[in-house]
Design a protein around this ligand. Structure first.
Ligand code: ZN
Length: 308
């Protein structure tokens, strides 16, 4: 088993005060936006500003003065972390060079997938909120009910329809997805996904349907993908996964049937693995485990270590 770096799963945001109760106070938010202590996290083409320190990468925030020279979208209140209020802003309409010039010396624009697992937990959670809410803004420029343009409200956390007769308020779209680690005593069933080339074997996952419980989705997805029935399904943990707006909800399922019947559109291969086999995995080998910052990996590591 290779050494596993500290797991960050975007969900470790308890240190962030999201300031939900202040979001409707537009005057307060206007003052926050021009306060010198406010830290702006400037996104550019879905990349985020990071500075590399001896302790690893850290988000590189700037003040309203640096942001003033950029072409940006509207700001979104992220919350307070380490006593500073953080604001998300997108500057994709600016030149990359202009954005880099506005950042602290040595800062880079990095893909969230590359840095998410390396940032401190609360900073990673801020990046997940940043990405999730700004992607939602870009996808919801018009009201889903009447088609009129929408306007940002509540410091960026709701979108209000501009058609007074409609008056709809839209909230960030979050898609729940059940992901299940299937166990049978000292073995677990993992699958290799057809759409993701490579050697990663992972848990079975799928979106929850309208009118379905999370546990029901977990059971259904496992049966659809590998034909195995579960006798017991229990919740493990969850993780926001902002690519673009999933909420991964992890379950442990105990297998009741053992014959594998693959959904050949989805799954290239599925196999039972013992703990010993998974502990013996080495980088570059024919079987790889999922990303260290995924809930699938957190469940698998827990199971391998006998904690589940
Ligand atoms: Zn509307």
């Amino acid at each position: 088993m290779p050494a596993v770096p500290p797991v960050n799963v975007y969900g470790e945001g308890r240190d962030i005060d999201r300031l939900v109760e202040r979001r409707r106070d537009a005057e307060w938010f206007a003052r926050v936006l021009v306060h010198d202590a406010t830290r702006y996290i400037v996104g550019w083409n879905e990349r985020l500003p990071v500075i590399y320190t001896p302790e690893g990468p850290r988000l590189a925030g700037v003040t309203h003065r640096e942001v003033a020279g950029l072409v940006t979208g509207e700001p979104v209140l992220l919350g307070t972390l380490n006593e500073a209020i953080h604001v998300a802003i997108d500057a994709t309409d600016s030149d990359e060079a202009a954005v880099l010039a506005a950042l602290p010396d040595g800062a880079r624009l990095s893909e969230l997938r590359e840095i998410g697992s390396l940032l401190p937990g609360a900073e990673a959670a801020l990046t997940a909120a940043h990405r999730g809410v700004l992607l939602w803004h870009s996808a919801q420029r018009h009201c889903g009910r009447c088609g009129a343009p929408t306007l940002l409200a509540e410091a960026g956390h709701t979108l209000a329809c501009t058609n007074k007769e409609c008056g709809a308020t839209h909230h960030p779209r979050i898609d729940p997805c059940a992901i299940t680690l299937v166990t049978d005593g000292d073995r677990t069933l993992l699958g290799r996904n057809k759409r993701r080339p490579g050697s990663i074997f992972t848990c079975f996952a799928g979106f929850v349907e309208a009118g379905e419980s999370l546990e029901g989705a977990a059971e259904r997805e496992v049966f659809e993908e590998v034909g195995v029935r579960l006798s017991e399904v229990r919740y493990h943990s969850s993780q926001p996964w902002p690519f673009p707006g999933q909420m991964m909800v992890g379950f442990i399922g105990v297998a009741e049937t053992f014959d594998i019947r693959l959904d050949e559109d989805e799954i290239a291969e599925a196999r039972w693995f013992t703990r010993e086999e998974l502990r013996a995995i080495v980088p570059g080998g024919p079987v790889q485990l999922p990303r260290v910052d995924s809930v699938a990996r957190r469940m698998l590591d827990g199971w391998i270590n006998g904690e589940i």
